[in-house]
Design a binder for this molecule. Sequence first.
Ligand SMILES: C[S@@+](CC[C@H](N)C(=O)[O-])C[C@H]1O[C@@H](n2cnc3c(N)ncnc32)[C@H](O)[C@@H]1O
Length: 182
Amino acid sequence: MAQTFYNDLILETDGNVYSPREDSFLLANNLQVKKGEKVLEIGTGSGLIAILCARKGAEVVATDLNEHAIKCAKKNAEGNKVKVDFREGDLLAPLKNGEKFDLIIFNPPYLPRETKYSDRPIDLSYNSSETLEKFLEQYRDFLKENGRAVIVNSTLSGVQAEGEIIAEKKLAFEKIFVIQLS
Ligand SMILES: C[S@@+](CC[C@H](N)C(=O)[O-])C[C@H]1O[C@@H](n2cnc3c(N)ncnc32)[C@H](O)[C@@H]1O
């Protein structure tokens, strides 16, 4: 069990779930969410971003393909006393017919798949830049008119995502970006 702190939030994760780090914090520090907005977070992991959005008064749905992440994020939301509708499943598949959002957020597993791929749940957090490509093809159908989508991307992902760079950070082997998609 690991604990991560973000301001006054405490997030607990185990070895099956992505513990928040630089990319998560860059996104968290640059969240622009208004009270009453309908927000969707894809790939919630520990739940950090979904919890922050709920704290700002948004109505939040959060998904993850990793069942361990959904359990963990539920616990973290309860521990931090916020309400989030967590749903397990692939990208936008857990959404109901006609559900639309003001804001969709995704910090994807952007590192290209390693040759030695394993089936561990935690590898969903690291491997498969094609997940981001699939998201980019699908997300518009779930945005309200004038809705917006924000993602994290990295120079390592090999995926081109057009939009406005809201924040960026240079790390040891990559540069990461928070991008509002156009
Ligand atoms: C880089 S982690 C980000 C976790 C968290 N949002 C954060 O910022 O700390 C990527 C997350 O996406 C999830 N994920 C990977 N593929 C997915 C898919 N096809 N659909 C939904 N979630 C997925 C992983 O399980 C993981 O929790």
